[in-house]
Design a protein around this ligand. Sequence first.
Ligand code: SF4
Length: 153
Amino acid sequence: MEKVLVSACLMGQKVRYDGSDVKEESDAFQQLVSMYDVVAFCPEVAGGLPIPRVPAEIVGGTSSDVLAGKAKVLSKDGVDVTDAFVKGAQKTLQLCLEQGITQAFLTEKSPSCGSSQVYNGAFSGTKIIGQGITTALLRQNGITVHNQHQVNL
Ligand code: SF4
């Protein structure tokens, strides 16, 4: 059975910043889970961040800029958590490479897992077109990333 990477919070693991999950219950997603060998993973926890944690956003550029050392990830209380986000992305990529994973279904709007939208860095709830740090690194390495609403089997 082919392996796919899935955000741990979509699988019901309570790993989000506020200790919650966003378990995906759609029929299409449940079909995905039944058809593939799902590897559930949370980049932010893998990067060393605790549960719960202060929410964070990409500030001063894009996720690719963060990976290039030209922008940061800041928590809402102003702490620079860039290193943890980059470390989590690197661990996610390492997992995919080790396990032969070429497709991922990740949680939209997360600063790690978002694949078409993220928040704008002002902690105002405003979304912009963009992707999370982990998604950017996976895509740079040829891994296809969808969000939880793009299951098209
Ligand atoms: S980093 Fe990804 S897997 Fe972890 S809580 Fe955020 S969206 Fe879910």
